[in-house]
Design a protein around this ligand. Structure first.
Ligand SMILES: Cc1ncc(COP(=O)(O)O)c(C=O)c1O
Length: 392
């Protein structure tokens, strides 16, 4: 296969799935109003944190009776604090289909010591049977499996009259999908994904029933300070008004505000969803006419518009051993990196060897369109190099 080297490069080579590309036009100047050297508990400090919460509520349409908090340790911190504070009150159904959902499953079965757990797992590329969720039980899942590019196709499988709570790690989905808040009791995400913000802090949204759980249930173990959302059996409301548990980075806060203002400037949630869909389409139309790749997500309805994961279906590639496949993908990624065309596009380390290209709102569709011919070129090069080294 001979492929000519393209001559048009993407304007930005940043296609990482986290931290993700900054919004178009971002520069360090965007942080010039950061409240550096000041207390986050001062009037202006608290106002900045509250603005992050309020802007999220407005942009995402989070219902007024849901609480939104800024918590430590990015999405992981937010999701862990939710699981450790609230799981164990009733049986738990856990859905796992890639690395992060798999991590939550490991925590629930191996660390939290919850006995009544049902697990529903699927291989990379597939989705477990979400319809198996029992409305009497809590359920734990990711909305978008960032490491496999497989997302929940809708929220229809979540019962409106459920007794259990839904725990949704939505980190690479929020701002890319219209989240159905009525179906979600605990939702978490970070600033470093679709917003292209700085990593550091997590967002957590609690439904009224999640608050009820926090106020009525005490886990059998103690909780570290950074996980504690309630005080004396009552929700610690301050956390949900900008009084963070511990010290946040006011630079990261400023960056988040910049990202949220940008979201508004592109038409709010509708705008970011549309941008992500357009990005996905750029890859989809190239993949449709390209015989060496396919989506890792088997079912079209489950293909993520943010973490776009591709597998290599060229029979030459699939007939190679695991090590060779890894080496070919490594060579492809290295070539595009040194050409300044694409950074960080190798599939996740535990996923089948392939590519993972971010399609969240901060990416420009034109850049993805420019990337595609380079992928053809780099794959052809990497394959030829491998064949030559075997022949030599
Ligand atoms: C689905 C999912 N959950 C959790 C995480 C961890 O996020 P963080 O490193 O921001 O805590 C990620 C990061 O990629 C993710 O994609």
């Amino acid at each position: 296969m001979s492929v000519t080297k393209p001559n048009i490069k993407p304007n930005s080579p940043n296609f990482s799935s986290g931290p993700c590309a900054k919004r178009p036009g971002w520069s360090i100047e965007a942080l010039s109003d950061a409240l550096t050297g000041r207390s986050h508990r001062s009037g202006p400090g608290k106002a900045k944190l509250k603005e992050v919460i309020d802007r999220h509520r407005d942009l995402l349409g989070v219902p007024d009776d849901y609480h939104i908090g800024i918590v430590p340790a990015s999405d992981t911190g937010a999701f862990e604090m939710a699981m450790w504070s609230m799981l164990g009150a009733r049986g738990v159904d856990v859905f796992a289909w890639e690395a992060f959902s798999g991590d939550w499953l490991k925590d629930i079965t191996g660390q939290l010591g919850i006995e009544d757990v049902r697990t529903f797992e699927a291989e990379y590329g597939a989705l477990p049977d979400l319809l198996a969720a029992d409305k009497e039980r809590d359920s734990v899942f990711v909305w978008n499996g960032t490491t496999s590019g497989v997302c929940a196709p809708n929220a229809d499988w979540i019962a409106d009259d459920r007794e259990g709570l839904t725990f949704c790690d939505a980190t690479s989905a929020v701002f890319a999908y219209d989240m159905d808040w009525n179906k979600l009791d605990v939702t978490t995400w970070s600033w470093q994904k679709v917003l292209g913000g700085e990593a550091a802090h997590g967002m957590i949204v609690l439904s009224p029933r999640a608050v009820e759980r926090l106020e009525s249930f005490t886990p059998s173990y103690g909780l570290p300070k950074i996980f504690r959302m309630s005080k004396g059996g009552k929700l610690n409301k301050g956390i949900f008004e900008g009084a963070t548990i511990n010290t946040p980075s006011m630079i990261a806060v400023e960056d988040c505000l910049d990202a949220l203002k940008w979201v508004e400037s592109v038409g709010g949630l509708k705008g970011t969803i549309a941008r992500s869909k357009e990005n996905f389409k750029a890859i989809e139309s190239w993949a449709a006419k390209t015989d060496w790749v396919d989506f890792l997500a088997q079912d079209e309805d489950t293909r993520s518009t943010t973490s776009i994961c591709l597998k290599i279906v060229d029979p030459w590639f699939t007939s190679q051993d695991d090590e060779t496949q890894g080496a070919v993908i490594g060579a492809l990624a290295k070539m595009l990196d040194s050409e300044g065309v694409a950074y960080d596009i190798k599939g996740y380390r535990d996923a089948p060897h392939g590519l993972r290209i971010w399609g969240g709102a901060t990416i420009e569709a034109a850049d993805l369109k420019a990337l595609c011919p380079w992928l053809d070129w780099a794959y052809a090069q990497a394959k030829a190099q491998r064949e030559e080294s075997v022949a030599a």
